[in-house]
Ligand binder design. Structure first.
Ligand code: SF4
Length: 220
C-alpha cells in the first residue's frame, strides 16, 4: 500500500461520539501507516469536561508500551510544570496530535521520529473529536507538531510564546515548547528557560479560564 492509499482517520470514526467510543475506535485506526509499527494507539486521557486541553506531539517509547499519554521522561517534566503552574493533572485533558508512535530501530536503539505533515493531517480527525467532546476553553499546544496540527500551518515556537492564537476552528490557543525539549543536551540555562516557558503558558491558561468550571482549580 502506498502512502496515498491511506484514507486518513475519518473512515474510522465511530457513529456514536463519546470519548470512550472514540478511544475504542482509534485502536483500530489505519488512517496512515503509523499503526503498522506501533504497539498500540495512545488516545487522550483526563477530565472529560476540562477547561484546559494540552496537546503534545506523539507518543514516546514509554507511551507506546503503556498506551497512556505523557508517562515517560517528558511526562515527568510536564507533571512538574503542571504542579508549578498551580494545576492538577486530573483536571486537564491531555492528548497528542498523532496517536501512534513513530520511530526507526537501529542495531542498538530506538530513535523517535517526528510525524510528517500527511500523518499529522491524517490523525487530526481524532483531535477534532476530542476538542468537540471536551469543549475546552483553552488549548495549550506543546511543541511544533501540535501547533502545526491545531493551527494548520507551521509556526516558529519561540516567536509566539506570548501570543494568543487560534486553532483552525477558532478555539483559543497558547503555544509553547514540548517538555522533551528540556531533556535535550543543551545548556542548563536553556533547559530552565524552556521549562519556565511551558510553566508560564500553563499559568496563563489557568488565570484565563472561567473559574467556575472544573479543570482549573488552584492547588490548596
Ligand atoms: S497515527 Fe492517527 S491516523 Fe495514523 S493510524 Fe494512528 S490513529 Fe490513525
Amino acid at each position: 500500500m502506498s502512502r496515498s492509499d491511506y484514507p486518513s482517520a475519518h473512515p474510522f470514526l465511530p457513529q456514536e461520539k463519546s470519548l470512550d467510543n472514540l478511544a475504542e475506535a482509534a485502536a483500530g485506526c489505519q488512517g496512515c501507516p503509523l499503526y503498522q509499527d506501533a504497539t498500540q494507539v495512545v488516545f487522550g486521557e483526563g477530565h472529560g469536561e476540562a477547561d484546559i486541553m494540552l496537546v503534545g506531539e506523539q507518543p514516546g517509547v514509554r507511551e507506546d508500551r503503556t498506551g497512556e499519554p505523557f508517562v515517560g521522561p517528558a511526562g515527568k517534566v510536564l507533571d512538574q510544570a503542571i504542579g508549578e503552574a498551580g494545576l492538577h493533572r486530573g483536571d486537564l485533558y491531555i492528548t497528542n496530535a498523532v496517536k501512534h508512535f513513530k520511530a526507526e530501530t537501529t542495531e542498538d536503539r530506538v530513535n523517535e521520529i517526528k510525524p510528517n505533515v500527511s500523518e499529522i493531517t491524517a490523525c487530526r480527525p481524532w483531535l477534532e473529536q476530542e476538542m468537540e467532546q471536551v469543549q475546552p476553553e483553552i488549548i495549550v499546544a506543546l511543541g511544533a507538531v501540535a501547533a502545526r496540527s491545531l493551527i494548520g500551518q507551521a509556526i516558529a515556537i519561540g516567536e509566539t510564546l506570548d501570543e494568543w492564537m487560534q486553532t483552525a476552528e477558532g478555539r483559543d490557543l497558547l503555544v509553547t515548547y514540548h517538555p522533551s525539549a528540556t531533556l535535550r543536551s543543551i545548556a542548563e540555562a536553556d533547559q530552565d528557560r524552556i521549562f519556565d516557558a511551558i510553566t508560564a503558558a500553563l499559568v496563563r491558561a489557568r488565570e484565563t479560564v472561567t473559574p467556575t468550571r472544573p479543570g482549573a482549580r488552584p492547588q490548596a
